[in-house]
Design a protein around this ligand. Structure first.
Ligand code: HEM
Length: 421
């Protein structure tokens, strides 16, 4: 384990060393934009000291370095975890079974099996469902005039989407939503880690039952596809399938929900950009990409070094934990012009919101469909959005965003007249 710093520890200024990236409160209490600017400029490979008895870790903040490390699954592994909580605990119990924490040949084979479930046919059905749901839910929300966009729309679309993909019965969606919300982040600063642990276990138990049901009675859904799949002639075990359902529901729910909430919040504060969207002077595709860059709901992912790696003027030692900060890379001024300006027409826009390389997000297409349909329905049915209260931000060292968004919509009557078409 490394005790080195890329730059001598004496040179690390107080405003950097005082920031504790493990503490979920940090993201709510500090000006993190200033912190990331400073790291990119002066400490692109920064050794975050150990806190609360947990090991220290490397913090990589520049776009080019983050990309290079995401791509490198030879010198870095995901099998000791890919998020801070597991990396700092020394491992992930789903390693070698769950796609995101599996490497090498097994990862490739498993990804190919999962990709079958993400075939254009399977996805076109789900994408059509997303459009219908988004239009219906957003038209209803605009007609009501006021409400919490997070609870009424943004919580429902992603879970319905990934639930539909997995074949989770609609009656169970709200139960699962409660569990996914408390397993990755929390509305409260002081949620006990055991609560998140229990929520994660309940999700696993839920999927164990569903896998048993689908083995007995296959349907046209991802779980049934996985139960019928083999790698090298060996069928996937129940545990393999359960872990991957878990990863789809966690990976697919909160990230998309946070992006939608952030997009609406941002549009309510950026009237010029809203006008461009409403008038159609930017494409839905470019607006979607910028919404994704702007939100960057997954702030970071991580790896463990397998060998010594020289980079950015320092040495990552074999065994060290390395964290890759999408949140900083997506604002890197050497890649994005005016990165702190929202520009729905931004082009090129090679954001790193979905990661990069062998573990590139499996659900990126679906997430894009969700955000695009939300923006389309919003510009069709509403003539303007106003905040009616302060949104509540989540507490997490992995995800960023808001869990409530009280808003008022001005209706677009001509658009609403087309809602049931
Ligand atoms: C992987 C972000 C939506 C399923 C990833 C990774 C990122 C990411 C950054 C890379 C993790 C790593 O390198 O360790 C996001 C964001 C989303 C989103 C920002 C929404 C805005 C989804 C959806 C699904 C999904 C909708 C499924 C329906 C997955 C899976 C992986 C993954 C299974 C692991 C892929 C692998 O390891 O090969 N996601 N994701 N994600 N995502 Fe997403």
């Amino acid at each position: 384990m490394s005790v080195q710093t890329a730059t001598s520890r004496d040179e690390i200024p107080e405003e950097i060393s005082a920031i504790n990236l493990v503490d979920t409160r940090t993201y709510l209490e500090h000006d993190m934009d200033a912190y990331w600017r400073r790291l990119r400029a002066d400490h692109p490979l920064y050794w975050h000291p150990p806190v609360d008895g947990k090991p220290g870790f490397w913090v990589v903040s520049r776009y080019a370095d983050v990309m290079a490390l995401y791509r490198d699954n030879q010198r870095l592994t995901s099998e000791k975890g890919n998020v801070l909580v597991t990396l700092l605990a020394g491992g992930d119990s789903a390693a070698g079974q769950m796609l995101a924490v599996t490497d090498g040949r097994r990862h490739k084979d498993l990804r190919n099996v999962m990709l079958k479930a993400f075939s254009p046919r399977a996805l076109s059905k789900v994408a059509a469902l997303v459009r219908v749901n988004a239009r219906r839910m957003i038209a209803d929300a605009v007609r009501r005039g006021e409400g919490d966009f997070a609870a009424e729309v943004a919580s429902v679309i992603p879970l319905t989407t990934v639930g539909g993909l997995l074949g989770v019965p609609v009656k169970d969606h709200s139960y699962l939503l409660g569990l996914t919300k408390s397993s990755l982040s929390s509305d409260e600063a002081d949620q006990a880690p055991e609560e998140a642990f229990l929520a994660r276990n309940e999700i696993l138990l839920y999927f164990s039952d569903l896998v048993a049901e689908r083995r007995a009675d296959p349907q046209d859904d991802v779980i049934s596809t996985l139960t019928a799949s083999e790698i090298d002639g060996v069928p996937l075990t129940d545990q393999d399938i359960v872990f991957n359902c878990y990863s789809l529901i966690l990976g697919g729910d909160e990230t998309s929900r946070l992006t939608m909430i952030d997009s609406l919040y941002t549009l309510s504060r950026e009237p010029e950009q809203w006008k461009r969207l409403k008038e159609g002077s930017v494409t839905l595709e470019s607006a979607t990409e910028e919404a994704l860059r702007w939100a960057t709901p997954a702030m970071n992912f991580g790896r463990t070094a397998l060998v010594d790696i020289e980079m950015a003027g320092g040495t990552i030692k074999a065994g060290d934990v390395v964290t890759l900060w999408n949140t900083s890379a997506n604002r890197d001024e050497s890649v994005f012009d005016d990165p702190y300006v929202l520009d729905l027409g931004r082009s090129p826009n090679k954001h790193i919101t979905f990661g990069y390389g062998p573990h590139f997000c499996l659900g990126a297409y679906l997430a894009r469909v969700e955000v695009k349909e939300m923006l389309d329905a919003m510009r069709t049915f509403s003539d303007g959005i106003e905040l009616t209260g302060e949104p509540r931000r989540i507490h997490s060292n992995l995800m960023a965003g808001m869990s409530t968004l009280p808003v008022r919509f001005r209706p677009d009557e001509a658009g609403l007249a087309t809602a049931d078409d």
